[in-house]
Design a binder for this molecule. Structure first.
Ligand SMILES: *Cc1c(COP(=O)(O)O)cnc(C)c1O
Length: 391
């Protein structure tokens, strides 16, 4: 819960914030401003923290062309979830050997499309998908996504829908080989915004176990582990710094695999972009449901359908800044649409100044990932969330 006034300096350098703010002052709400300099720094930090890993940026977190161009120029690879993301990345002159198709749920014709464009690395987690890959993308490398525990400690879990049990994974790797594919490695995702480092420990241990078993039982030597995403961004809930995750994850890898690490891929999405963005909205209405109510309802021009879907279940708690000072009082925060679901924070109320007025701006910090890419196109006629990238 946001009980105190959010301090900008806890999230942004003075320089970054003043540039974002100066730009934001010229635009009508709602919109997101991304500072590409922050993404550049995140990418550098990540390369330093994981010098042995290949970075495959998870395009879905924020597919803005200027972000993709920046990452392309910095040498990043790209994990795409659909042929549309693939086309976008290839359209920016990224070569297909820098792309992985990370979605385990894909149509046969989409596999063929990716193969024809030159993609040679596919995620999979089922027999039907492997058979499709074998016919539509013959001879390519596949990695099998394994179910991992830890989704209950992630703020935005993913793991139950994707991946298979270890036993099944081993059979799939053998099947891939039989069908002429190259059983290349394994992947997992500990759940997005995973704040508990132990989730990686368990997952990496599981990978080591499958590496050993698949060699012993099937004679297959795997070469790669894809650690997925999950590295957290800074919201209201506490996390460690990224380099702490990195050094611990590295330690887990060394413990299990020694000095001879397999090829390691990482697929950051949220941790690359979230803290580079600020969403700016405006207060549309402030009301109380009775004369004696102890809290206000604050309606703003951004909601569940215009980019803040990750407030679903109040999972992601964005820090909210206002320029108003003074005594704080609890408020329910809700979006502008005519849908009862469009309440952002109610269980966990946010404390906002009593001086807050209609027309004031709210600054939603750490909103550079999974906001614009989730925004509805025309619900209630509201246009999709705009995004501006500055650098
Ligand atoms: C969404 C996704 C990611 C990115 O996860 P974050 O938690 O945002 O870093 C990485 N890999 C795959 C396969 C994904 O689906």
């Amino acid at each position: 819960m946001q009980e105190n006034k959010v301090l900008i300096e806890d999230y942004y350098s003075a320089d970054s914030y003043s540039r974002i703010k100066a730009f934001a002052d010229t635009k009508e709400t709602p919109f997101v401003v991304i500072d590409n300099r922050i993404i550049r720094q995140h990418y550098k930090d990540l390369e330093e923290s994981f010098p042995f890993a290949r970075v495959h940026y998870a395009v879905k977190a924020n597919p803005d062309k200027r972000i993709l161009e920046l990452l392309r120029d910095m040498g990043s690879n790209f994990d795409v979830a659909s042929i549309y993301e693939l086309e976008r990345v290839l359209g920016l002159n990224v070569t297909p050997d820098r792309c992985s198709f990370g979605n385990t749920i894909k149509k046969r014709q989409d596999i063929r499309f990716a193969f024809e464009k030159g993609v040679r690395l596919f995620a999979t987690d089922s027999e039907a998908d492997i058979r499709n890959i074998a016919t539509e993308a013959p001879g390519t490398k596949i990695y099998v996504r394994i179910l991992t525990e830890g989704s209950h400690t992630a703020d935005w879990p993913l793991s139950r829908k994707f991946g298979c049990q270890a036993e099944m994974g081993i059979e799939l790797l053998a099947l891939a080989q039989e069908l002429g594919l190259e059983p290349y490695g394994l992947s997992f995702h500990v759940g997005s915004q995973q704040r508990d480092i132990a989730a990686w420990d368990a997952a990496i241990g599981k990978m080591k176990n499958i590496f050993d078993r698949v060699l012993k039982e099937k004679g297959i030597t795997l070469k790669m582990i894809n650690l997925g995403g999950g590295l957290p961004a800074k919201y209201l809930s506490r996390t460690h710094e990224i380099d702490t995750y990195a050094s611990e994850i590295t330690r887990f890898l060394r413990e299990d695999f020694g000095d001879d690490l397999p090829e390691i891929l990482i697929e950051p999405g949220r941790s690359m972009c979230a803290n580079a963005g600020i969403l700016v909205s405006e207060v549309v209405l402030i009301s109380r449901k009775s004369q004696t109510s102890l809290y206000r309802w604050v309606f703003t021009d951004i909601g569940m359908f215009s980019g803040l879907i990750e407030t679903l279940g109040e999972s992601i708690k964005y820090p909210i800044h206002t320029e108003r000072e003074g005594v704080l009082e609890e408020a329910v925060l809700a979006g502008p649409t005519c849908d009862g679901v469009d309440i952002l924070y109610e269980e966990d109320k946010y404390c906002l100044p009593l001086t807050l007025e209609i027309g004031d701006r709210l600054y939603w910090l750490s909103t550079g990932a999974y906001t614009t890419s989730y925004s509805a196109v025309e619900f209630n006629g509201f246009p999709p969330l705009k995004q501006f990238v500055i650098d």
